[in-house]
Design a protein around this ligand. Structure first.
Ligand SMILES: Nc1ncnc2c1ncn2[C@@H]1O[C@H](COP(=O)(O)OP(=O)(O)OP(=O)(O)O)[C@@H](O)[C@H]1O
Ligand SMILES: [Mg+2]
Length: 289
């Protein structure tokens, strides 16, 4: 049976309430995220993705509604918010801009140090996460400023992983990386989840990337929750997703077009294997007639 790790109940967030620049960034979002899932969070620019994730560890306080972590209201006892932030780790967009220590080791150790862990435990974690992000230990003594863009990104992600959060949240972890860098980051996210069993939430603009790695997809549209379902389930709404201005994968677009032309094909096609099977079915059907 699945266990809920994070839950929001009627979560609403208004920026600059009562002023002329008021923005309703999140409206009435109720969702339950199960332990161990890899959730892709998608939605058009300004749909509320970053605002939503900052509620999961109390960086933002909701205007109304509740956020529950492991069944407990995160704001019930304000003194516990520090623990909530250790349990739910967020890696923001372009996290490499926050690297500042003289060595990679010190940068990764920064979070665990704040948690007041022993030097021995910190050392264990630093060595473990550097391997999680696919870099060898020789990197630990390097200056973060001597690394490539992709390597810096991986070190910054490792810094959040080193806090061993039960929920790891990454906001646009592939932004600005070249295709090879994107591929590396996506695969390190999947293998991190496999190795640790943690719950992972990934905000992304790319439905294609999300369809490759996620077990569940959360779709935000105009500050509201549009869907929360399996990848397959969400892709059954591919036509609606397209209308929301999302980058629907090209393969899916092909099937949407075929359907428009009257062919009896499903619209939740996003892998080559499924596309091949469906096209073969279609061609066979055609020759029988
Ligand atoms: N600090 C802030 N003050 C005022 N308004 C804000 C603030 N942060 C975000 N907003 C507004 O709230 C809405 C939701 O923004 P948010 O950053 O959560 O969207 P997003 O889905 O993460 O967008 P993107 O894909 O561009 O990162 C937008 O209209 C945005 O302009
Ligand atoms: Mg954002």
């Amino acid at each position: 049976m699945s266990v809920t790790v994070l839950e929001t109940k009627n979560l609403t967030h208004v920026y600059s309430k009562g002023t002329t620049s008021q923005v309703d960034a999140i409206r009435d979002v109720s969702v339950k995220i199960e332990q161990g899932e890899l959730v892709g969070i998608i939605g058009h620019t300004g749909s509320g993705k970053s605002t939503l994730i900052q509620h999961f560890n109390g960086l933002l306080k909701c205007t109304s509604g509740t956020v529950l972590l492991e069944g407990k209201d995160i704001w019930q006892n304000k003194k516990n918010i520090r623990d909530v932030r250790f349990k739910v780790g967020i890696c923001f967009q372009y996290p490499e801009y926050q690297l500042f220590e003289e060595t990679v080791y010190k940068d990764i150790a920064y979070g665990p140090k704040n948690m007041k862990l022993s030097d021995e435990e910190i050392d264990r974690r630093v060595r473990q996460v550097i391997s999680f992000v696919g870099l060898d230990e020789s990197y630990l003594e390097k200056s973060p400023f001597d690394l490539s863009g992709g390597e810096k990104r991986r070190v910054a992600i490792a810094g959040v992983m080193a806090m061993e959060p039960s929920v790891l949240i990454l906001d646009e972890p592939c932004a600005g990386l070249d295709p090879k860098g994107r591929e590396t980051v996506l695969s390190l996210i999947t293998s991190y989840r496999e190795k640790t069993g943690s719950t992972v939430l990934v905000v992304s603009h790319s439905m294609e990337d999300i369809s490759k790695i996620a077990t569940k997809v959360l779709v935000m549209n105009n500050s509201e929750l549009a869907y929360y379902d399996t990848v397959d389930g969400v892709f059954t709404h591919s036509s609606e997703l397209y209308d929301m201005g999302l980058n629907v994968p090209q393969l899916t677009m092909l099937f949407l077009k075929l359907r428009e032309k009257g062919y009896d094909v499903p619209v939740n096609v996003y892998t080559l294997d499924k596309a091949k099977a469906e096209l073969e079915k279609l061609l066979k059907g055609g020759s029988d007639e």
